[in-house]
Design a protein around this ligand. Structure first.
Ligand SMILES: Cc1ncc(COP(=O)(O)O)c(C=O)c1O
Length: 401
């Protein structure tokens, strides 16, 4: 008898984590490798947030289990955040805290999906969306976007993809892997489609909300279309803006009955998110926010640098995205060519493999995100390192025959 469950055979290890591991292993073996694969800020967690966790540990507040859906202090801070930044009213019983946004997403999909249900996912997408849908036994319905449209879904394409079986649209702005962020009007065009289909729920993944540049104004869908509030789950977390990926705290606001179901599921898996990290997150949300624009200034400079350098590389083309810390260049113009060592590039997988082998730069192939030929660069690395990586990419592309 096979040990492994059928459901597990439907999914694969996260390809972005795989690239990071590969770059780490090559580095450990002494190779000069620059990793641009990882999806986390290179900045450290701000000190006031660390201190809040230390205080919680020392005072004994972090020693015991907490309520499954989060400590009341954090849920109150989250409710304030939703009101202050998104104009959204969520009561504490409409909020859940989990071990990262990923667990909250997992809870939401596992609590709602049955075999036969469909979930619309615009591509390119964050790698975990389709795999969690598959694990739940449901069907991801991938809707392609185009580089020419800034990788944003067209309302007509969304409308066409909706069937009687559609349960969710997963909406992610700013996006991993493209950095694309929807303007208010673009969000409205999406919510207008959903208003016509009253059985479809909206899962809005706002985790990169704060990472937007050039005065871009972020809008969450339930804020743009209050008519969708009763069937929207607004997902967020402290990982990205607060440089807390290791702390593992994510949260969501949604109608009470959905939050309750998610808490039931969580009560039978992780129980509660780490208590010290929850206290740190209270400080993150309630404390000073001034480091965010400081970080954004640096991220914006890096984005501008690498978009400009990548567009100067032979065969690459890249739009300038509004947010996150990713760019998503097309490598269509490099395919069919041959590396100096004689390898012909037939796919974006070949492109990233040879890029790593020839010049020691690790990026993630676009096919992992459902739209190729392309690759994702994470520019959350020190600026001189990023510049050197882009120079190497230019050299690699320039040497293709
Ligand atoms: C689009 C998107 N959503 C959610 C997450 C989850 O982040 P975490 O589990 O660290 O909160 C990530 C992390 O990479 C992400 O890129």
């Amino acid at each position: 008898m096979d040990l492994l469950a059928e459901s597990l055979k439907r999914i694969k290890p996260s390809p972005t984590i795989a690239v990071t591991d590969m770059a780490r292993a090559l580095k450990a073996a002494g190779r000069d490798v620059i990793g641009l694969g990882v999806g986390e800020p290179d900045f450290d967690t701000p000190d006031n947030i660390k201190q809040a966790a230390i205080r919680a540990i020392e005072s004994g507040k972090a020693s015991k289990y907490t309520a499954v859906d989060g400590i009341p202090e954090l849920k109150a801070a989250i409710a304030r955040k939703f009101k202050r930044e998104n104009g959204l009213d969520y009561k504490p019983n409409q909020i859940i805290v989990g071990t990262g946004g990923k667990q909250v997403l997992f809870n939401a999909l596992m609590a709602t999906l049955d075999p036969g249900d469909e979930v619309i996912i615009p591509a390119p997408y964050w790698v975990s969306y389709p795999d969690i849908v598959l694990l739940a036994g449901a069907t991801p319905v991938i809707v392609q976007t185009r580089l020419e449209d800034g990788f944003k879904i067209k309302p007509e394409a969304l409308d066409k993809a909706i069937t009687r079986k559609t349960k969710w649209l997963i909406f992610n702005s700013p996006s991993n892997p493209t950095g694309a962020a929807y303007t208010r009007a673009e969000v409205k065009a999406v919510t207008d489609v959903l208003m016509k289909h009253s059985h479809v729920w909206l899962l809005s993944d706002d985790i990169y909300e704060h990472l937007v540049y050039d005065d871009f104004a972020f809008h969450s869908p339930a804020q743009v279309e209050p008519g969708l509030y009763e069937r929207t789950l607004t997902l967020n977390g402290v990982s990205k803006a607060y440089c807390m990926t290791g702390w593992r705290i994510g949260y969501a606001g949604a109608p009470e009955h959905l939050i309750k179901a998610m808490a039931t599921l969580q009560s039978q898996s992780t129980t509660n998110a780490n208590a010290a990290a929850q206290w740190a997150s209270v400080e993150a949300l309630d404390g000073p926010q001034d480091f965010i624009p400081k970080h954004n200034k640096i991220f914006k400079e890096r984005r501008d640098l690498c978009v400009s350098m990548i567009n100067q590389a032979n065969g690459l083309k890249c739009p300038k995205p509004e947010g996150a810390f990713y760019i998503y260049p097309s490598c269509a113009g490099a395919l069919g060519r041959t590396t100096p060592s004689g390898k012909k590039l037939a796919s974006d997988q070949d492109f990233v493999t040879e890029l790593l082998a020839e010049v020691g730069v690790a990026v993630v192939q676009g096919t992992a995100f459902g739209l190729g030929p392309a690759f994702r660069i994470s520019y959350a690395v020190a600026t001189p390192v990023l510049e050197e990586a882009c120079r190497r990419i230019q050299r690699f592309c320039g040497n293709l025959k």
